[in-house]
Write a protein that binds this ligand. Sequence first.
Ligand SMILES: [Zn+2]
Length: 282
Amino acid sequence: MRKYTIAQFNKEFPDDDACLEWLRNYLYPKRIHCSTCNKPTKHHRIKTKKVYGCDYCGHQISPTAGTIFEHSPTPLKLWFYAIYLMSATRCGISAKQIQRETGVTYKTAWRMFHQIRSLLQEDTPAFTGEVEVDETYIGARKPGKRGRGAGGKTSVFGIAQRKGDVSATVIPDLKRDTVYPIIKEHVIPDSMVYTDEYRVYNRLKGHGYQHKRVHHASKVWVLGDAHTNTIEGFWSALKRGINGVYHAVSQKYLQSYVNEYSFRYNHRKDEKPMFLTILEKV
Ligand SMILES: [Zn+2]
């Protein structure tokens, strides 16, 4: 991935006007369509507002309409900077850090943080070929039971295509009725699915998949191509991130955290800087 430095950011987005101009050019690469004239027309910037006016009829249009910036009194430059900050670190940053860096109130920072993160939810293409399926547990570092069914923890179900993308979903339980619809939604039949020995995976063949198991109980972590290292690598990055950046995540927001990490993982090999990838989703 090309690095996008803070110097580049400040050069390209020196002020609110530059941010608005970027938005206009991105959303309307050619002429803006005027709904009154009912055709694409020349527009001019109206300096006192975040809008452009039609040269012919004066009808005004704001490039922020329908974006996360709409109705926000926070300056565009601070929004763009917050997006930059979230893209610039490997593990992400918290609302608290956005507050510190931008100087907005915590309430505003929190809102910006969740708005920006809402952009990071993406559909993955259907998985095929070699696919790993696994589940993990996140949350409440309470003493007591570990692993499946551990108290106070939330289950996350993950699917990874080797050398490809991941998709991860917070689930209420690990029952067949929960797990199989997710697998069938994401994985093309006849793909080779690798799992551990958990019994919920017993019926994969019956659902039209090829299936190989890893026998963790017998301490055989990798046997030929039978491993789940891809998805386990993703789990450990996710947990490191949560522990490092957020310390703890409430169950309510866990899916959005998982989406953020999936987004980072799935764009890890992009040529385009992540800042621009996120910006183009506003
Ligand atoms: Zn017009």
